[in-house]
Design a protein around this ligand. Sequence first.
Ligand code: SF4
Length: 335
Amino acid sequence: MSKTTAVLTDKFGRNHNYLRISLSEKCNLRCNYCMPENGVPLTPRSELMTAEEIYQIAKVFVKNGVDKIRLTGGEPLVRKDFTEILKKLSTLDVELGITTNAILADRFIADFKKYGLKKINLSLDTLDEGKFRVITRRDQFQKAYDNMLLLIDQGFNVKINAVLMKYFNEDEINDFVLFTRNRPISVRFIEFMPFDGNKWSKDKLVSQEEIMAKIISFFGIENVLDLDNEPNFTSRDFKINGFQGNFGIISSVTNPFCDGCNRIRLTANGKIKNCLFSNKETDLLGAFRDGENIEPLIENRMFKKKAKRAGMDSFKKLQNPEKHSNNRSMITIGG
Ligand code: SF4
């Protein structure tokens, strides 16, 4: 990992070299853990970053040590100028990735290849068409599934992100692991996290411990191999002996990985968030439009970053709705 300048280094010495940019607050699905049932008020278009503004603001981050950019949303591919944004960002010296629900991905395969976007995280919480309809409130399972297979077939580095919920898709944990048998992909199980309006409760949480217990009881402990974690890992990775792919667990609730956090988020309306759970934001876009130098603003926001989960350093604090109800819903944070 590259060293960042003082602007992107927080008071705990963490280097923030990974910028996640939300391109849109809109999505073509309506996942119930991501978006409140009645939707979210959308920011007027004029207040969203344009392609050029995204590029110029990203350039400031790259100058200060960012070497990895992930495009998120909402759904980033619904943005009409997605290709223009990708083209501009591809001129920066960064590794590019995207998190998408894959529904529109087939239209962008050529652009991904042309502009060097190789890392694709797919949000897919179930392999069952009926459950997909329930969770996303849309009937698009086949499209998402076919595009996932297409992306794997086209040689992209594919990771599937599955948010697990009790009594809903926890019975699919081993099906997802089996999905990695003959495919060079990674499945990451994500603990259900609290955000504005997503009706989080600890009773819906499937913990890292429970996930591992299910996998071990099905495959046998001798077949579950522990993989080395990458620096700044967000998931603890494993594989089943003999399988081509692997799986990981993102345990932001029961066992967070904040010590090595290197992530910064930029919302579609140009606000910087120093942590996924933080409800404090700094408006970079407004300052940028006023011709101000945005570096001191970034530095200040990063300096205020808390050691762990925006100060919710215990499970008890995380369970307090007052602590997270002022945070945005996931759809407007960008995962
Ligand atoms: S909870 Fe916040 S500090 Fe911890 S890893 Fe996630 S973004 Fe980083």
